[in-house]
Design a protein around this ligand. Structure first.
Ligand code: ADP
Ligand code: MG
Length: 270
């Protein structure tokens, strides 16, 4: 047993090094027409870790997620106020091209949505339009690396030119993750990425998140508190459009400060 307090302190700090803030949201309000969906939300998302957004249905989790890569721009009548910074850069700056932003901040939805194209083309599409490869062999390399990182390569390497829609739901979701990874994103947003999958495919996605966080900043919306507790290092609890509290996942689940968080995690509503 280690009885030297200095050593144990070192071990502790090595196990959980402080993380820089990758996404900084300040005083974010979102309106859909006259209806306000988010109220004064301020949240820091640490880099290279998983941050989980939890809370009852309709509390604004997806709305907040969409602020980070400006997907709310695509919703008629949606209006965002406040600031969201990615590495200190205002994502709503008029000079910032949303297409480039969405390559830096990729998104994975609940229902796997591969393009109606081959497995290869699903992954190659983004790098091609963003000019990330100068030759066919370079593009092949990106496709292979992305599929490997998404944990799908072994299952599809012999059928890259078959349709992505022929894959199982869990494989399709990993294909969509490979497609996001292929354009070298910094942040990956996942909106209930495993809630349409069976438990085994869902567990595979959770393992993948745990691997991907070494390299990427991940923000996941989940209605499963068990999943949030398993995969995330930071948890933010939303209720009725407000961020009630956020902090290290183990603290939120074992020692929440707000009675509404306590009520939610103990299943009293939600
Ligand atoms: P969650 O993801 O936590 O279930 P949402 O962010 O989807 O919550 O929704 C927050 C609130 O905003 C809800 O009241 C919802 O009805 C409303 N809302 C979400 N999307 C739209 C939209 N496109 N148009 C109008 N209202 C919306
Ligand atoms: Mg949602």
């Amino acid at each position: 047993m280690n009885v030297n307090p200095h050593i144990s302190l070192d071990v502790q700090s090595a196990a959980s090094p402080p993380r820089a803030v990758k996404v900084r949201a300040r005083n974010v309000d979102v309106f859909y027409g006259d209806k306000q969906a988010l109220f004064d939300v301020s949240l820091d998302v640490p880099e290279r870790s998983v941050t989980a957004l939890i809370g009852p249905s309709g509390c604004g989790k997806s709305t907040f997620l969409r602020c980070i890569n400006r997907m709310n721009d695509t919703i008629v009548g949606a209006r965002v106020e406040g600031t969201i910074e990615l590495d200190g850069e205002d994502v709503n700056d008029r000079g910032l091209d949303p297409v480039l932003l969405r390559a830096r901040v990729g998104m994975v939805f609940q229902k796997p949505n591969p393009f109606p194209k081959s497995i290869y083309e699903n992954v190659a599409y983004g790098p091609r339009i963003h000019g990330l490869a100068t030759s066919k062999s370079e593009l092949d390399g990106i496709v292979e690396t992305s599929l490997k990182r998404a944990g799908l390569w072994k299952e599809v390497s012999d059928r890259l030119h078959q349709s992505g829609s022929g894959l199982s739901g869990g494989q399709q979701q990993r294909l969509v993750i490979a497609r996001a990874i292929a354009v070298k994103p910094e942040v990956i947003l996942m909106d209930e990425p495993s809630s349409a999958l069976d438990p085994i495919a869902s567990a595979r996605i959770e393992e993948l998140m745990d691997e991907l966080r070494e390299e990427y900043t991940i923000v996941i919306v989940t209605h499963s508190m068990a999943q949030a507790a398993r995969v995330s290092q930071k948890t933010a609890f939303f209720h009725l459009g407000k961020l009630i509290e956020a902090g290290p996942t183990d603290e939120i689940f074992t020692n929440p400060r707000d009675s509404r968080t306590q009520d939610y995690i103990t299943g009293r509503f939600g």
